[in-house]
Design a protein around this ligand. Structure first.
Ligand code: 13P
Length: 333
């Protein structure tokens, strides 16, 4: 492990005013979104859509890294340039989803653990040869009756630690992403409690395996109430509770923290990040790593009008710019 390489990569990823764009949806997730909009669910359509995201002009002004999926890191533009070379030319770091999705957690109804440790090191070496400098591993938790269980959180935390150490041994920056799903009927306070408990366990296991904390990034959901039924909470409360939870449960020397948007309204995801920065100073770099909140409008525009690439790309750039401003507390509606 070369700590200098890890911290330098993080410094490039978390430059003030920049954030990450997640375009690492697995095939089924991407297809589900296409289906809803009447787009054919073929590999070529996924490639065509992702070409729009990868080649969108000026994205490098606001986005420091793209997180890709195994299929996407191997794809090329229509005129034959690899996506990775397009990103590298723009000075954008290449990230890769390193986990292999979720499986049922045995004996724990309704809970999932993340798979992908088998062959992880070999896969990462291949991705590194393709230019990847950072990786992501996502675990998912549902809030419901008696879940998430401590067992499930502990098991996922152990997997995070093994994954993160494997990345760091190869000088790849690990993003550790424990996502608490927004789907559910739970309060802001419940979200705080579970997020706090989960983060404590995650960092306990990471430290147990001697993961280099300044050489990793936490990707987390915000402290936010479940969306069913929709509870109205002021944006300020969400921002305040999120910052308080992170300050109490995340080591101050972590490389940085980024958020997923998790199905929040695009505007809300931007506004919440903006408000958190207005509450600063914060002990760690804090920015976005959104998928849907940046892609939504672009996907809709392209689905309805696939020939009009300029509009689809302009919408992507605007969303990236809004979140860039939010990441320094300067976003105005
Ligand atoms: P969303 O912003 O759409 O939640 O996606 C981010 C992500 O990487 C989820 O794993």
């Amino acid at each position: 492990m070369n700590k200098d390489i890890l911290t330098k990569t993080i410094a490039r990823l978390l430059l003030p005013g920049k954030g990450l764009l997640a375009i690492d949806e697995k095939v089924e997730t991407c297809d589900k979104r296409f289906e809803k909009l009447g787009v054919p669910t073929t590999e070529e359509k996924r490639r065509e859509y992702r070409e729009i995201l990868v080649t969108a002009p000026e994205m490098e002004k606001y986005i420091s890294g793209y997180i890709l999926f195994d299929e996407t890191i191997r794809q090329k533009t229509k005129d034959g340039r690899s996506f990775t070379s397009v990103l590298k030319e723009k000075g954008i770091e290449i990230g890769i989803k390193a986990d292999q999705g979720l499986i049922d957690f045995p004996m724990h109804l309704g809970e999932k653990i993340t798979q992908g440790l088998d062959g992880l090191s070999e896969r990462l070496k291949e991705y590194k040869n393709m230019g990847a400098t950072f990786a992501k591993w996502r675990a998912v938790f549902t809030i419901g009756e008696n879940i998430p269980s401590r067992d499930c959180m502990e098991e996922n935390a152990k997997l995070f630690a093994q994954y993160a150490l494997t990345c760091q041994k190869l000088n790849i920056v690990p993003i550790v992403e424990p996502e608490i799903l927004i789907e559910g009927d739970y309060s802001l306070e419940k979200s705080y409690e579970i997020t706090a408990q989960n983060l404590k366990l995650v960092f306990h296991e990471l430290k147990n395996l001697n993961v280099f904390i300044p050489g990793m990034i936490l990707k987390t959901s915000m402290v936010i109430p479940g969306n069913n039924p929709k509870i109205t909470i002021y944006d300020e409360e969400i921002a305040k509770m999120t910052v308080s939870c992170l300050k109490k449960n995340v080591p101050a020397d972590i490389g940085g923290i980024v958020f997923l948007s998790g199905g929040q309204e695009d505007e809300a995801a931007t506004e919440h990040l903006n408000l958190m920065h207005k509450m600063g100073p914060l002990p760690w770099p804090l920015t976005f790593s959104y998928g849907r909140a940046i892609q939504n409008k672009t996907l809709q525009s392209w689905a309805h009008n696939p020939e009009d690439i300029a509009t689809a790309q302009a919408l992507l750039l605007t969303a990236a710019q809004n979140n860039s401003q939010a990441s320094i507390g300067q976003y105005k509606k």
